[in-house]
Design a protein around this ligand. Sequence first.
Ligand code: UDP
Length: 424
Amino acid sequence: MPRLEEYRQIVGADTIEELRLLAGYLKGRTMLHVNSTAVGGGVAEILNRLMPLFSELEIAARWELIKGGEAFYAVTKKFHNALHGDRQEIAPKDYQVYEDVLDQNLSQMNCEADLVFIHDLQPAALVKKRKGLKNHWIWRCHIDLSQPDSQVWEFLKPYVEAYDACVFHAPSFAQKLTIPQIMIAPSIDPVSDKNRELEPHEVEAILERLKIPTDKPLVTQISRFDYLKDPLGVIEAFQKVNPYVDARLLLVGGMADDDPEGAQVLAQVQEKAKNNPDVIVLCLSPTSHIEINAIQRASAVILQKSLREGFALTVTEALWKAKPVIASAVGGIPLQVVHKYSGLLVHSIEGTAYAIKQLLSEPAYAKKLGQNGREHVRQNFLLTRHLRDYLLLSLFILNRQSDFIHLSLPDGTLKSQTSTIINP
Ligand code: UDP
């Protein structure tokens, strides 16, 4: 379990003090986070790390999962893809499946908390439950909503507008809505098993255990086996450069409970990779954090050739390890990869192939991109910044009736009738 003190060396004492100060105004408040899976994917990754820190700051935060079956997750995956702007066949009964499952969850879930954070579309309709509860509801969206399928978005929008506010990763995801929209980028945890420093011998031992050969540079993409992560496109890009570079492609993935397409995509990836001994496909359990850490550290180049993307924590993780990253210019990726500064942005299979060849043949340039990337993540995408944003957001939501927010008052009390005063 992470403890705040562990971050002091990485982010500085001021950041830790600021977190304690802000949390002081929320002491005793209760918070509920709801999503659809405890492991697999970025949302679970972040909540697993944030929850203990809320508790340490004496904010009673709990995390609940909605319960859905196979049919529900097949529908929500279609909705997810459609909201990302991908074409999907959606039938009227799909909306009914969604509503029915959410209604069942409504009757079972206890939503009593001062602040209720609902993550992504799967549990979005839980907001129906707020009637009769005098609390605050925030919809935390983790996907790229910049070009949503209009039918699915029109279905979801009335639910979204029943919240007090919604949170997006990037300004380009904002929508025309009647509620405030707040921009908060995701984050990674620098002290987790996924990201903490590893000794070279630890990395070596893990790769040996996983039977990953290290005789050639590794070009790696780590992602759930999902069409929108384009693993097949990654293989095509690699095959274009394979005759000219002595490297191996490593595709590492796992399954998430709320993603029913994984097995099918994995089978297609294995089929496409089977005749090339330089392409390795590895399926890991969703709790293989230290293994992912070691693989990222052992790689020469990290790819994230997604067709659509919310943010891509896999990119953040790789940049934090000072790895040169080649990633598609979609979703939240350009917030992280500033082209030719903290990585290379690509738009096609050909572009990806060209970038792989370039970074493998120019190690000094690749190293510089990685170093810039690490600093960019330190400044913007670590868990402590994310925690601070959630604390500020909570204070804003709890004190919205106030005319103004004042950040300094000698006795440290928070006033919120007509004015809000937040102060050390
Ligand atoms: N991940 C993992 N094992 C895998 C694939 C992914 O642990 O086999 C992790 C990855 O390291 C990252 C998260 O799952 O922390 C994926 O988050 P991202 O934002 O990249 O994509 P999402 O899956 O949420 O679309």
